[in-house]
Design a binder for this molecule. Structure first.
Ligand code: KIV
Length: 264
């Protein structure tokens, strides 16, 4: 049975936690689907992890749709969320609606938008047009230049109040869930308790309804130092390095290919 936004709302009502992971390609999406991860986010973090940019800001709709289509082919039963990249929803409402609709036409079931403020009205507009919206508050990476770096948000009482207000406004506008990124655990708990829709934490402590991690971090594929909130569950980066070195060694020494791997 395909996972839907209604399943996430039911999970919240019934107090069931759920896992979310990012996915950017067909092969990984198939593995995550086989692991029964219910929600896959085609995050704009692909700009750094798949394309080698230093931030998410250069990512385009064309980049996102290319990866979204691949994930949709690999995970037909998961709830798939396309991340609206920087500059895909700020110029005009018309452009924002067209870009969000393009994600649904590429096989996504919902879109994610960063921020509160004017994004609240946009959320309402998209939901009215049949496009489910996942909100994203706290350390929203597209605002890195406003924040002056990747810093935990919502530490002061005023900043915490703003995040709480934005979360309530997004829920009121029709968002079906909200990612809380890089906020103090206490604040994430307060937001979670004050909403009927699920919160999905990343660097926001254990009281959120769901958790999301970047799949490269989960698998130990990234070479950069891990942020404090990541627990790697694998070491695929080290294993891939060892495999590539062993292959090169065997080719250079003439051990590969051998007779067993040859046609006769
Ligand atoms: O782009 C992304 O991967 C994200 C998640 C980390 C929430 O926005």
């Amino acid at each position: 049975m395909p996972v839907t936004v209604c399943d996430l709302l039911a999970a919240k009502r019934e107090g069931r936690r759920f896992a979310v992971l990012t996915a950017y390609d067909y092969t990984t999406a198939r593995i995550l689907a086989a692991a029964d991860i219910p929600v896959l986010l085609v995050g704009d973090s692909l700009g750094m992890l798949m394309l080698g940019h230093r931030s998410t800001l250069p990512v385009t709709m064309a980049d996102m749709l290319h990866h979204a289509r691949a994930v949709a082919r690999g995970a037909p039963e998961q709830l798939l969320v396309g991340d609206m990249p920087f500059n895909a929803y700020h110029a005009s409402d018309g452009e924002a609606i067209a870009n969000a609709a393009a994600f649904l036409q590429a096989g996504m079931h919902a879109v994610k938008l960063e921020g509160g403020g004017r994004v609240v009205a946009l959320t309402h507009m998209l939901v009215e047009r049949g496009i489910p919206v996942m909100g994203h508050l706290g350390l929203t990476p597209q605002f890195v230049n406003i924040f002056g770096g990747f810093r935990v948000q919502g530490r002061s009482p005023e900043a915490a109040e703003r995040i709480l207000d934005d979360a309530r406004a997004l829920q009121h506008a029709g968002a079906f869930s909200i990612v809380l990124e890089g906020v103090p655990r206490q604040l994430a708990g307060d937001v979670t308790r004050s909403l009927a829709i699920p919160t999905i934490g990343i660097g926001a402590g254990p009281e959120c309804d769901g958790q999301v991690l970047v799949v490269h971090d989960l698998l130990g594929l990234t070479q950069d130092p891990m942020p404090k909130f990541v627990r790697p569950y694998g070491d695929l980066g080290a294993r891939a390095l060892a495999a590539a070195r062993a292959y090169a060694h065997d080719v250079e020494s003439g051990e590969f290919p051998d007779d067993e791997h040859s046609y006769h």
